[in-house]
Design a protein around this ligand. Sequence first.
Ligand SMILES: N[C@@H](CCC(=O)N[C@@H](CS)C(=O)NCC(=O)O)C(=O)O
Length: 264
Amino acid sequence: MLELYQFEASAYSEKVRLILDYKQLPYTVVEVTPGVGQFDVFRLSGQRQVPVLKDGETVVPDSTAIARYVDETYPDRPILPTDPKQRGLCLALEDWADESIGIHGRKAMIGAFNQHPNFRTGLLPANTPDLVKNLVGAVPGDILSFLGTGVGFGPESVKESTRILKQALEALCLMLQNSLYLLGDHPTLADFAVAGLSMYVKFPARRYVNLPEGICDKGVPGLADDADYAPFFEWRDRLYADYRQVRLGNGGSGGSGPTSIAID
Ligand SMILES: N[C@@H](CCC(=O)N[C@@H](CS)C(=O)NCC(=O)O)C(=O)O
């Protein structure tokens, strides 16, 4: 059985989960504890980041290497086109998703958490008393320690990330205008990378990712709720509905208590 070492809230892990689900490969999840748990990841893979895939004796770190490994080892439902031009475009789009959409998405989301208390409280379980919700709204970062990594993102850098994401969303809407998927009639690695790495721009509409229910379908104001980008999010909802499995109980908090999610 394949084993995925991951953080539930990691967009790179989400990209891999989308691929494994699309390829209908059963896997178990090993939820890594940020910090201490990463020592085990280092011992296993020689580096400390997730995702890492373990397939018997084979250990593959890095979402791109994992995607290529599974497509080569389990060729059913291929995700890499064979036509050279399509394959090149696919790899380029994947890299764009990893290096631009994912990184700017995280920055824009943290900026939005800092500016919009309602978005922040969405991460709390639905049964959280209003008193606590108000408190969370009033005390940025103190209670929601998972945002600790956002320190140092000034308003200018958040604004620049938002600008870059707007152009990315516009480009994606154009690419999808006359086709079902980014490279035509079938999903490829490009689609799964873009869908996974855009998780922080807007969280998936249903609990595919095991995070508190309140965060479903919520995202960065000005991006997630802009009607111009609706075709992109509709495309992503369809991709999830068609291929992603809801697998509650694996990792994450399950929304059963005040939540600490590890973003990055
Ligand atoms: N290039 C890597 C990036 C992976 C990555 O950035 N992982 C983050 C979680 S989303 C991580 O493990 N961060 C913890 C750390 O850097 O210590 C990939 O595609 O898998």
